[in-house]
Design a protein around this ligand. Structure first.
Ligand code: SAH
Ligand code: SF4
Ligand code: F3S
Length: 438
């Protein structure tokens, strides 16, 4: 019997990293590790990193600086870098940061137990392969865990789109869809443990085309099948690309009750010239038409998006086209970023927009987006929604959950974690709603 050891994981970046961290913890769990939220008592520290923007990557090195005293006090402590920075600059990390003991990329973390043992022998392994074997086939079955009513489930990974600004095709590799039977089994296991809501994950989740019993299945077909699972009450998926928003998926939004009325559909820019330079392969008008079709299928759907301002060559007119698109679409929620040049991507070769111009544009766009978010939230007041309760709130007797439209809702109730109740929305605050049970 090996003694229990402790694992501390810190997760950066997107939801897929959150999912991967859980799976890495489970893989190490099979080796006798239990997770801790205190790095100072850990035997193994893992940083699951994000490379999407420059600032995200810098955080890794500053965090490593904070772990130096821990390592000095306890030389047995092992420190590993996982995720997309590991993939992109694994060798460089090893050179720059002597306190790092192992590096593991997003497609090889099923080998983490072996890499940890190598690190314990004093080797400094770097594994950033895109192995032929499927990591999911080599990870332990998902074990029992503390009940949380919501879960992520990766169904598709990688990206073949090569938007000219983006590192994901390089860090996550080519698009791969997991087979239908594995996904259904994993979903059933989650539901058996009390999960009521599953968010299907993929860098390009609506390009899903996994092998089913009778040929490849689309995401829409997978959603319809998952909706048959008793006890699974809510299905969401993220992130989608406009060009893969197929007719059957749009129809599913109108027909599958368990598919929640919220869609994150990034457009990045409202200027056709910039969209072309970004290699997005769609126009602003094509996107607006698509939104109209989605709204026709599900009129109350709340839309979310991603935007980049200050992409190389972006003029004032291009930026105004983005503002116009936002005014036309009306988002209930959105993320906006200043363009960040990523080494190795085609856009990084081009002349940048002046930083103060990009800053000013980002401020304008964010003001408009938060106004729209507030309006959409305010429009919920007086409406009946369903809320899945996730945890106790700050006030006594209060619980916090998410509405169908993914807004946080505070309710004074005796409902338990995992219960779904009908709630009337009574008030709207900057980042949440309040309501009362019906
Ligand atoms: N797969 C998703 C999102 C990937 S990354 C999609 O295709 O939409 C999440 C968001 O980060 C992107 O939508 C984009 O808005 C932003 N992003 C990606 N690369 C960026 C860069 N180099 N600079 C600034 N923002 C970037
Ligand atoms: Fe990146 Fe574009 Fe792929 Fe999204 S679709 S992950 S933005 S390359
Ligand atoms: Fe970041 Fe990698 Fe996700 S770069 S956004 S962690 S796919």
């Amino acid at each position: 019997m090996t003694q229990t050891r402790k694992l501390f994981i810190k997760t950066y970046g997107c939801q897929m990293n959150v999912y991967d961290s859980e799976r890495m913890a489970e893989a190490m769990g099979a080796e006798g590790y239990v997770t801790t939220d205190r790095p100072e008592e850990a035997d193994l520290i893992l940083l699951n990193t994000c490379h999407i923007r420059e600032k995200a990557a810098e955080k890794v090195y500053s965090e490593l600086g904070r772990f130096k005293p821990l390592k000095a006090a306890r030389p047995d402590l092992k420190i590993g870098i996982a995720g997309c920075v590991a993939q992109a600059e694994g060798e460089e990390i090893m050179r720059r940061a002597p306190i790092v003991d192992l590096v593991v990329g997003p497609q090889s973390y099923h080998r983490l137990p072996r890499l940890t043992r190598a690190a314990e022998r004093g080797e400094r392994p770097v594994d950033t392969d895109f192995p032929a074997e499927d990591k999911f086939d080599h990870l332990p079955e998902r074990p029992a865990r503390t009940i949380r009513p919501t879960a992520f489930l990766t169904v598709q990974e990688g990206c073949d789109k090569f938007c000219s600004f983006c590192v994901v095709p390089y860090t996550r590799g080519a698009e791969v869809s997991r087979p239908v039977d594995r996904i259904l089994r994993e979903a059933q296991a989650l539901v058996d443990k009390g999960v009521r809501e599953i968010t299907l994950l993929g860098q390009n989740v609506n390009a899903y085309h996994g092998a089913g019993p009778d040929g490849d299945w689309t995401l829409a077909r997978l959603v319809r099948e998952l909706a048959q699972i008793d006890g699974l009450e809510r299905i969401r998926y993220t992130t989608s690309h406009p060009n893969d928003m197929s007719d059957d998926l749009i129809a599913a939004h109108g027909e599958v009750d368990k598919l929640m009325p919220y869609l994150h559909l990034p457009v990045q820019s409202g200027s056709d010239r910039i969209l072309k330079a970004m290699n997005r392969k769609h126009t602003a008008e094509g996107y607006v038409r698509l939104i109209e079709r989605i709204r026709a299928a599900r009129p109350d759907i709340v839309l979310s998006g991603d935007f980049i301002v200050g992409f190389p060559g972006e003029t004032d007119a291009d930026f105004q086209a983005t503002m116009d698109l936002v005014r036309t679409v009306r988002y209930g929620q959105a993320y906006s970023f200043k363009y960040s040049a990523r080494p190795g991507t085609p856009a990084a070769e081009r002349d940048p927009v002046a930083p103060e111009v990009a800053d000013a544009r980002l401020q304008q766009l964010q003001a408009l987006l938060s106004e729209q978010q507030r309006e959409t939230q305010d429009s919920m007041v007086g409406r009946e929604v369903s809320v899945l309760f996730e945890k106790p709130g700050r006030l006594p007797g209060q619980m916090v959950g998410k509405s169908d439209h993914l807004y946080a809702v505070h309710v004074v109730t005796d409902a338990a974690v995992g219960e779904i109740r009908r709630v009337r929305i009574t008030a709207s605050a900057p980042h949440s709603l309040a309501g009362e049970l019906i």
